[in-house]
Design a protein. Sequence first.
Length: 195
Amino acid sequence: MPRTLSHPFEHRAASRDEQPSSQWGWFVGLGVALLALSLIAFANLLAATTAKVFLVGVLMLVAAVVQLVHAFQVRTWGRFILWLLAGILYGIAGILALTNPVLAAVALTLLLAISLVVSGILRIAWGLTLRGMPGRGWVIASGVVSVIAGIVFYASWPENTPWLLGLVLAVDLGLQGILLIAFGFDLKSLARRAT
């Protein structure tokens, strides 16, 4: 009898090694590594701020290349100049971030403060529209906390520049690490229940 090919959408049982629950150790290991990086960032907030500015600079240069390539691919659409200018501006900003990280850190810290206030106001407004919905209070409360944090960051700007971005990076790494560790142990308990 000739061998038939299986349909691409046909369901097949995953082997034990392909199941996410068997990979719990990788999640825990990555979480521990992120926690360690978080502690290193907490120990030297200035270096963490510099690292974050460097990362932003590199990402802006990558975005500049993408914008410029896109500009030349759509040059017949009539928006060539806009895409070209966007790419050039991204490139200039990326170069400035890499060559003058202090100035870039000052600008990013101000941008962080402003974005916290704006996102907080938007979250409060959204929460106010959720009348009768569960969790409405948490949405509004998180918006209020964001607005207060943005105001505090702005009030101490630019003196907070050397440490604030590093602190945000350290906290973010720590939260991601804790999340991955918890997720890994949840997968481990799921694997135990499956056996």
